[in-house]
Design a binder for this molecule. Structure first.
Ligand code: FAD
Length: 468
């Protein structure tokens, strides 16, 4: 009886692998044994929460977009939705030169959808604004398979809007070089807005969701969600729902072999092997060529870059920090001579993370072509970050503690042609490795909800494969 059950292995216990394993075990369509294999001693991958002296500090991601619903749904299914909380809505800024400028209202990833806030914004010069308004008269571009985000936005809105607003915002998500990142793999909706409405601004205005105006008594909610006990409580919630003994930690999959009968043999770091009818791999793309050495089409991933970044969380007594601005954080334009690329005033954006008489600042360092800082000693990073912050805030003394989290090659870069390359690899996989599926942040979106969507999508594909 037992032998009739199909075996599926999920490789990698980040949020993608957790979602895949959870939904595979939850489905009732087919009897399937699921094993989740994770190389480290913990699940969650890039989701890691540290609790210290009453602070809740995220080493990696701190939240996810509420409008992408799969993460909140998974939190509910994992029984932790009572912990979900929105960020406090507050002003966000862009640092250009030495000045913090308010983000203009109505900007969708930096693309204006309202004219007045742009026309009056201090972020752009008059010639910059005039150039951006050319979007209303420029013809749409010729249909093209892909192009860089930089090329697309510079053509529509000019260099200044790109450099002072769009680039810093998008860098915050991808830590990438906007002139290399693929438009179609990141924000295809911008391309379609232009193609369908000629003007990008008009197109995005049509697509932008109508803002909900809260009742006067209601507090304005932010657009992000996290969990009050830290994002890692989502991981713990899912882990608690997984079938006992279905997770192997401290175990890497070193190599995958396809056997003559079509089943897979996975060689583990423990020296053991494990068989599978189907596999969902959720490891970063950088791992795949070595894991599947007999299939040289994975070599494309050797050329796919991934940026190295670090988060730097600093805790202070409230009396040590004099803020000159009312807001929740800022991103930094490349036109500023700063090392930090972004800073969140975490105690304001996420009040639950910080004791009442304290301040928590979380900065980023490292971005495409500017990653060396990440490998400096902790003391140097702390000094550089404090120096940057002191240029726009008054901070007296040193932090009570600093937590630096280095993320090597952690931000996959979807460079121009990403989708075509993925499609080609998927074609090879269908022919040569049927029943193997790739999901996760290296492929179709790196936000937490995107990763969960990919995990769920891979589950559907596995079920279909095993059924037919
Ligand atoms: P991972 O989390 O990388 O998991 C992959 C797992 O595979 C790891 O646990 C790894 O140990 C394991 N593994 C690797 N090789 C093997 C092997 N051979 N065998 C077995 N296991 C293996 N997203 C948001 O939505 N909001 C944010 O605020 C946000 N901020 C971020 C901040 C930082 C600093 C970073 C780095 C990312 C951020 N992201 C954010 C992106 C998001 O966190 C990631 O894209 C997502 O968590 C990736 O999940 P994953 O499961 O695909 O990969």
């Amino acid at each position: 009886m037992e032998d009739n059950r199909k075996k599926v292995v999920v490789i990698g216990g980040g949020i993608t692998g957790l979602a895949a394993a959870f939904y595979l075990q939850k489905q009732t369509e087919q009897p399937i044994d699921v094993t989740l294999i994770e190389s480290s001693n913990r699940l969650g991958g890039k989701i890691q929460t540290v609790k210290r002296d009453g602070f809740i500090i995220e080493r990696g991601p701190d939240s996810f977009l509420e409008r992408k619903t799969s993460a909140a749904r998974l939190a509910k299914e994992a029984g932790v939705d009572h912990l979900l909380t929105n960020n406090a809505a507050g002003k966000a800024y862009v640092l250009v030169g030495e000045k913090l400028h308010s983000m203009p209202e109505g900007a969708v990833m930096g693309v204006p959808t309202k004219v007045a806030p742009f026309a009056t914004s201090s972020l752009f010069s008059l010639p910059g604004k005039v150039r951006a308004s050319a979007d209303f008269i420029l013809p749409k571009s010729k249909p093209i398979a892909d192009q860089s985000l930089g090329h697309f936005f510079r053509r529509r809105l000019g260099d200044e809007v790109v450099e002072n607003l769009i680039e810093p915002l998008l860098s915050g998500i991808y830590a990438g070089d906007i002139d290399n990142l693929s438009l179609m793999a990141t924000f295809p909706n911008f391309y379609h807005a232009e193609q369908n409405h000629r003007s990008l601004v008009r197109g995005m205005k049509k697509l932008a969701p109508t803002p909900k105006h809260p009742a006067p008594s209601e507090k304005k909610k932010g657009i992000f969600l996290t969990l009050t006990d830290g994002l890692e409580s989502l991981v713990k919630g899912i882990e608690a729902k997984l079938v006992p003994n279905s997770v192997l930690k401290n175990t890497s999959v070193n190599r995958i072999e396809r056997q003559p009968d079509g089943r897979y043999l996975l060689h583990l770091s423990s020296g053991q092997t494990i068989e599978a009818d189907s596999i969902i791999s959720t490891v970063p793309h950088t791992v795949l060529p070595a894991m599947l050495p007999d299939y040289d089409f994975f070599d494309v991933f050797r050329k796919m870059p991934a940026t190295t970044v670090a988060t730097v969380a600093m805790a202070f007594p409230a009396s040590a920090v004099k803020e000159r601005f009312d807001g929740t954080g800022f991103v930094v334009s490349r036109n500023s001579d700063y090392t930090i690329t972004a800073c969140t005033w975490t105690h304001k954006k996420w009040p639950h993370t910080t004791p009442d008489d304290k301040v928590l600042l979380r900065c980023y360092v490292g971005r495409a072509n500017d990653e060396a800082v990440v490998d400096l000693p902790d003391a140097d990073i702390e000094r550089i970050v404090l120096g940057d912050l002191n240029r726009m805030m008054d901070i007296t003394g040193k932090p009570e503690f600093t937590i630096i989290s280095r993320w090597h090659e952690a931000m996959p870069q979807y460079i121009v042609g990403h989708k075509e390359r993925l499609a080609a690899i998927s074609g090879y996989i269908v022919n040569e490795l049927p029943g193997l599926y790739m999901a996760g942040s290296s492929f179709n979106g790196l936000g937490i909800p995107d990763c969960i969507d990919q995990g769920e999508d891979a589950v559907e594909k596995v079920l279909y494969y095993l059924r037919t």
